[in-house]
Design a protein around this ligand. Structure first.
Ligand code: SF4
Length: 692
């Protein structure tokens, strides 16, 4: 029996754990004393590994390469040689006929690791010759990256997960940590125990709201108005830090003018929050000796998300809550390695280490290291995954190489996404399970799972952590980077790596931000937060020390703008707001957690739609009754779940259920900057099925 130290693959909290292994099977998971979890795990960490033992799989594991030679035909099992040769031939033909930009790639924010993401973006840029590589950050914290880069210079959490409990005020907006990051929720509880004031802004009375000192039960879809009103109060009541603003920020006059129209009294009706509550929230936030803002998808999955992130950063700038310990701005990244996928340049606008693809000097550096001609590199920003359906219908994208993502479950407006997949010439899926997306593939390249390989993840607070292989894979599968390397070589670009560390070291040499984060330094329980620029640096627990912002001018940029309504508001035909949320026992498209015996027992298909009993009674819907939920785009079966904590006029569903997938209902309304969809808001109606 042995114990392998690894990192939980299920959320950005980055909990360290030990997998207890005997005779090639995993027996149990134990919590390890990691920097973020300190010997604790949530139930996904404790029970989210048994799909590796193949005990109770609802979805078939991908066990060998498969090719479907004709659309609508059957999959045929083939050798790896044939799968690689066939895939390379098809990609080459599409590139020759339609140009490099006709091919789209995804990295993966899940269990595959940073090294693989580095290799995938290198494949797109050096082998195919475009910047069309993106990841699911686009549908979650893309607005946090764009908004924070614009205001502070850096798109990540400015502080550490460990710092949260030492902050004296937590302003939590659109973030249900109890369901999405239970171990981060423990830090919030600890902060409360240590005397912090907790202010929660959320339409639902979520778990954190129950322990909060103030709960601002905001109406769905009006974050910008509330954040502007916060800024208004800080200035009008002279609660802001004049010295700090004068020394370290720019744009104050324009900001003051913009928020002048957002007196709390004028937005009471729109936001559903009383002026008194808005004023009190800012008095609490501004007077705390240290204050931290935390947010999640309730901020970022709107058509006006980047603006709201900029507005939240501005609150921290106005009050001087940056550049020191226990303060800051915390977009808590969702998937376990979504921070890492961004760190590794699985973004259409940036190479690894947040280096711009439009900078000729950066392109020249990468071209020299990769042995290619810089003049042949794509100088333009590539496509985003949320643009793909439209680009396919416009004839611009013909092939899609998807690694460890399931867009046919996780993207907004699934009928639109499906129509695009039907129109694609060639789809390659590299994954571990036969997901809804894999079912549509022309080629399936089966890969090793978390537990069957090692590497480095980045957790939500910029911490690099190593995870180790626990068991040998049982099937005819390969590591993700090995598959990509075989394809690259077949396409005429020889790519050979010995191991993860060789890839990591190549990446470090090209990324000044990460150069000092060596494998040795990360060690078994290590947690090295970037920037880590030198070999003797221990990493950086908080950003902007000395209030040196990494914006072009070195100053923080204050920002406010006019609130915009969501794209589709309720009406007589579709009278309720649908908002997508998380379910504590499941993760992402559920391909991993949905195949774990203990987690399967938590809830059953067809999932549930949370509804206030008053709304349900008015519609004649009983608790646990089956219902149709319909929007202008589709209709799904679900189960009504009475919940007193839900605000009137809104219902809530997770996107994780395979039957009753609520993305059949959601709509796009992409944020104009980050291209993130508005999955937190669309109009629906509910109809009971049968008698109560
Ligand atoms: Fe920790 Fe997140 Fe895993 Fe839970 S799911 S154990 S909070 S990393």
């Amino acid at each position: 029996m042995k114990k392998i130290t690894t990192v939980c693959p299920y959320c950005g909290a980055g909990c360290k754990m030990k997998l207890v292994v005997d005779n090639g099977k995993i027996l149990r998971a134990e919590a390890a004393d990691g920097a973020t979890n300190q010997g604790e795990l949530c139930l996904k960490g404790y029970y989210g590994w048994d799909f590796l033992n193949d005990t109770k799989l609802l979805t078939p594991r991908l066990t060998q390469p498969l090719i479907r030679r004709e659309k609508g035909g059957k999959f045929e099992a083939v050798s790896w040689d044939e799968a690689i040769r066939y895939t390379a031939q098809r990609l080459k033909a599409i590139k020759q006929q339609h140009g490099a930009r006709a091919i789209m790639h995804t990295g993966s924010s899940r269990g595959t690791g940073n090294e693989t993401n580095y290799v995938m973006q290198k494949f797109a840029r050096a082998v195919i010759g475009n910047n069309n590589v993106d990841c699911c950050a686009r549908v979650c914290h893309g607005p946090s990256v764009a908004g924070l880069q614009a205001t502070l210079g850096n798109g990540a959490m400015s502080n550490s997960i460990g710092d949260i409990e030492n902050s004296k005020c937590l302003l939590i907006i659109g973030y249900n940590c109890a369901d999405s990051h239970p171990i981060v929720a423990r830090r919030v509880l600890k902060a409360k125990e240590k005397g912090a004031q907790i202010v929660v802004c959320d339409p639902r009375r979520i778990e954190t709201a129950r322990i909060a000192d103030q709960h601002l039960q905001i109406n769905n879809g009006c974050n910008m108005a509330l954040v502007n009103a916060f800024g208004h109060v800080l200035i009008e009541e002279n609660l802001y830090d004049r010295d700090y603003v004068a020394k370290y920020t720019e744009g104050f006059d324009a900001y003051r003018q913009q928020v002048a129209d957002y007196a709390p009294e004028t937005v009471e009706q729109l936001t559903g929050v009383s002026a008194q509550q808005i004023r009190q929230a800012m008095r609490t936030y501004a007077s705390a000796p240290s204050a931290t803002i935390m947010w999640g998808m309730g901020v970022t999955q709107f058509g006006q998300a980047v603006d709201v992130v900029k507005g939240l950063a501005s609150l921290a700038l106005l009050t001087g809550n940056l550049g020191r310990a226990n303060v800051g701005v915390g977009p808590v990244r969702g998937q376990n390695n979504v921070q890492g996928a961004c760190d590794m340049g699985v973004l259409p606008n940036e190479f690894p280490g947040y280096q711009s693809v439009t900078d000729p000097a950066v392109r020249a550096k990468f071209a020299a290291a990769w042995g290619i001609d810089a003049a042949g590199m794509d100088p333009d920003i590539g496509y985003r995954i949320t643009e793909v359906p439209h680009l396919v219908h416009e004839g611009k994208v013909k092939a899609y190489y998807i690694m460890g993502e399931d867009p046919l479950q996780t993207e907004a407006d699934l009928s639109l996404v499906r129509s695009a997949f039907d129109a694609l010439e060639f789809i390659v899926v590299q994954d571990i399970f036969m997901t809804k997306t894999a079912e549509q593939a022309d080629v399936i390249l089966p890969s090793t799972s978390w537990g069957e390989h090692g590497g480095v993840f980045s957790c939500a607070d910029r911490g690099f952590q190593r995870f180790e292989k626990a068991i040998e894979p049982q099937y005819n599968v390969k590591r993700d980077w090995e598959i990509i390397s075989l394809l690259a070589t077949e396409l005429g670009y020889p790519m050979h790596y010995e191991d993860n560390q060789q890839i990591w070291d190549e990446m470090r040499e090209l990324c000044p931000l990460f150069y000092g984060a060596t494998y040795e330094k990360m060690g078994e329980l290590g947690h090295i937060q970037w920037p880590c620029t030198t070999l003797d640096s221990p990493g950086t627990p908080y950003l902007y020390q000395g209030n040196q912002f990494t914006t072009p001018s070195g100053k923080g940029q204050l920002f406010a703008t006019t609130w915009r309504a969501p794209a589709e508001v309720p009406d007589a035909a579709y009278p309720l707001v649908l908002c997508t949320v998380r379910e504590v026992g499941h993760y992402s498209c559920r391909s991993m957690t949905g195949n774990c015996a203990a987690l399967q027992t938590l809830a059953d298909e067809p999932g549930f739609v949370q509804i206030n009993p008053q709304d349900a009674a008015a519609l004649g819907i009983g608790d646990q009754q089956l219902v149709w939920v319909a929007s202008r785009r589709g209709k799904v079966i679900s189960r009504a779940n009475y919940n007193e904590r839900i605000n009137l006029g809104a219902v809530y569903m997770t996107y994780q259920w395979w039957i009753g997938a609520c993305n059949e209902l959601t709509q796009e309304n992409l944020d104009p900057i980050s291209k993130t969809p508005e999955t937190k808001y669309c109009a629906v109606k509910l109809e009971a099925i049968g008698d109560q």
